[in-house]
Design a protein around this ligand. Structure first.
Ligand SMILES: Cc1ncc(C[n+]2csc(CCOP(=O)(O)OP(=O)(O)O)c2C)c(N)n1
Length: 640
């Protein structure tokens, strides 16, 4: 592991816990913020990681740990990608260089890592619920602990945040919600709430606006549409000025703000005041994502996270970018481009993303067909039922979701899609072990939870050609839902045929025939079987390899022929071993009473931490070496 450690500034060097921070005078806090920001930039510029969000909450982080008695008082970060400053101030400064790396610190707050991490996170919109639970527990135990939830304007679009506000507003427990409003999700935030928050902040500059309006009226004498827009903007701003935060007040919260989230002294004073106010309260702070690093302020989506080293002044990449020709496309891009091609010929195709247009590569579709593309906010449950509604009226909805986030919408998949046999296409990205984001983001359960539900086809392509063809076939399918899962990362780089071809539903393909051991793989992880095959052939071992393509319906003809020709079956999937593709094969073989042993290779029943994808695949034995070892074990060959 590389060991470059950034050098902390003189104040930060002395802070090993929030107690050390509290020894400083309030006048020194801005200097601490500057050093903390520098430290984050220095570290991420070498090792990568989430970036803009942590820079945006530096002042808030310092003020919170200065004012509150953490870890006794509970601090819950929503999503957790903004908690780097928190980690550095709470005893993890010197380990921070291991952030997100194998056996290193987690990129997100994690209870087992530190007592300061009050709640484990990774998925959004959970903070208010968790903090409320802590506040209520404190009430029940008569402990008078404070509970603070820090939630972004993006995460606030999630339904769970509203469920929690609704509950907290009526509980009257001592909870502070800090709404970190930077007007950004990963991509620009969307929806009516965003407009509402903008109206509150705009009302601050109400007078300035009024002048602008007079100016505008001068320019647009013929008025019409533009004037009406201006008038409606004015009206909203006035309402917000008179009753800012009325929405939150209606939900039972005392509303404070909006406050400049980069003025550490103002934040400190506000927090000290709010500590004395009982009951549910919401502090609305306004920040800039990427604050203090010019390229990140300018291009906020790009700098949400960084994976390669960059110059810490200019932001320019330090590794030479390989030319596009040399690198195979990412699976997400193959999906994004194929969708536009399909949409050209099929007017019914619509696309849905819950706040991940960049992450899911939906921008090409959104640009080509803005009226048929929907970013619905961080709202996976709504995304799925919205897709179901569209499907009832004959629209062919392609819902693009990460595997881990689709977990949120399991009931919607069953209740709204499957029971009604609606032809929604789920394009499930980041399926399998995702790498550095770790356990909250691994997409390990979708095969198991989807194959348990009737009326859903569960498929996975082994390469980009298959992905395109499956999408095409799914776009024509009207007998129920269809899930296509593919992983994070790059496809094979193969020559791709431009025209789409139909994939025969429930049919696999033979990659290579062999002797004694057959490996049945599901999805792109099949590439490891090819690597294993090469190694085994050097030792004169010739295994068979079958790309099953469908976990449901299974290609039982193919399995029957495998049962006739081989002594052992190995199944391989990038997902949990419990109830997944291998289980499906084993169930079939057991029901047939075929008596051929089935060895299931997949992710074991335990939480897999973070690391590179390859490190994790190898750790759980689904990389080429693990396959070779399993084959040799079955054949009783000693492993050198
Ligand atoms: C349930 C869920 N869906 C999607 C994501 C992916 N995601 C991570 S951060 C993020 C944007 C969060 O925006 P915001 O809460 O405003 O925080 P900011 O990054 O602006 O500080 C999204 C969509 C997630 N973490 N959880």
């Amino acid at each position: 592991m590389e060991t470059y450690k950034p050098t902390p500034g003189p104040l930060l060097a002395k802070i090993s816990s929030p107690d050390d921070l509290k020894k400083l005078s309030s006048e020194q806090l801005q200097d601490v913020c500057d050093e903390l920001r520098e430290y984050i930039i220095d570290s991420v510029s070498v090792y990568g990681g989430h970036f803009g969000a942590s820079l945006g909450v530096v002042e808030l982080t310092v003020a919170l740990h200065y004012v509150y008695d953490t870890p006794r008082d509970k601090l819950v970060w929503d999503v957790g990608h903004q908690a780097y400053g928190h980690k550095i101030l709470t005893g993890r400064r010197d380990q921070f260089y291991t952030n997100r790396r194998y056996n290193g610190l987690s990129g997100f707050p994690k209870r087992s890592e530190s007592e300061y991490d009050a709640f484990g996170v990774g998925h959004s919109s959970t903070s208010i619920s968790a903090a409320l639970g802590m506040a209520v527990a404190s009430d029940l135990n008569s402990e008078n602990k404070k509970a603070v939830a820090v939630i972004g304007d993006g995460a606030m679009t999630g339904g769970m945040a509203f469920e929690a506000l609704n509950n907290a507003g009526a509980q009257n427990s001592d909870i502070l919600v800090i709404l970190n409003d930077n007007n950004m999700s990963i991509d620009p935030n969307v929806g009516a709430l965003k407009e509402y928050l903008a109206d509150i902040t705009t009302s601050k500059t109400f007078n300035k606006m009024r002048d602008e309006i007079y100016d505008l009226l001068g320019h647009f004498k013929s008025a019409g549409e533009k004037m009406r827009k201006v008038a409606s903007k004015l009206e909203k701003a006035m309402t917000a000025a008179i009753t800012p935060g009325a929405l939150f007040q209606a939900l039972g919260f005392k509303y404070y703000g909006p406050v400049d989230g980069h003025n550490v002294d103002a934040l400190r004073r506000h927090l000290e005041d709010l500590k004395t106010v009982s009951g549910p309260k919401l502090l609305h702070i306004v920040t800039v994502k990427g604050k203090g690093f010019a390229p990140a302020e300018r291009e906020q989506t790009k700098w949400h996270a960084q994976s390669s080293p960059f110059d810490k002044i200019t932001g320019n990449p330090l590794t030479k970018p390989k030319t596009k020709e040399k690198l195979p496309p990412k699976y997400q891009d193959v999906f994004g481009e194929a969708l536009v091609e399909l949409a050209e010929d099929n007017e019914d195709i619509v696309a849905i993303t819950p706040a991940m247009p960049s992450g899911s590569s939906l921008w090409p579709m959104m640009r080509a067909y803005p009226d048929r593309s929907f970013d619905v906010g961080i709202a996976e449950q709504h995304a799925v039922t919205f897709a179901a509604g569209l499907a009832t009226e004959g629209k062919k909805a392609f819902a693009a979701l990460y595997s881990t986030f689709l977990q949120r919408a399991y009931d919607q998949v069953i209740h709204d899609v499957a029971i009604q046999k609606l032809p929604v296409v789920f394009c499930i990205d980041r399926a399998g072990l995702v790498g550095a984001d770790g356990p909250t983001h691994h997409g390990l359960y979708d095969i198991s939870y989807l194959r348990a539900v009737p009326n859903i086809i569960v498929s996975s392509p082994m390469d980009e050609q298959e992905l395109r063809d499956m999408m095409f076939t799914a776009s024509e399918y009207d007998q129920g839902a269809w899930a296509i899962r593919y992983p994070r990362g790059r496809a094979t780089g193969m020559e791709v045929r431009k025209e789409f071809q139909r994939t025969e539903i429930g049919k696999g393909r033979v990659i290579q025939k062999g002797e004694s051991v057959a490996v049945l793989s599901f999805g792109p992880i099949g590439k490891y079987v090819m690597d294993a095959n090469e190694l085994l052939q050097q030792e004169n071992i010739h295994i068979g390899h079958y790309d099953l393509r469908f976990a449901k319906p299974l290609d039982t003809d193919m399995i029957d022929s495998v049962l006739e020709s081989y002594d052992y079956i190995i199944t391989l999937e990038d997902g949990t071993r419990l109830g997944g593709f291998g289980s499906a094969v084993a169930e079939y073989v057991a029901e047939k009473g075929a008596g051929v042993p089935v060895k299931i290779l997949g992710v074991p029943d335990q939480i897999i931490e973070h690391g590179s994808q390859r490190e994790l695949h190898d750790e759980v034995g689904i990389g080429p070496d693990g396959i070779v070892e399993t084959v040799k074990n079955l054949l009783g060959i000693k492993i050198a």
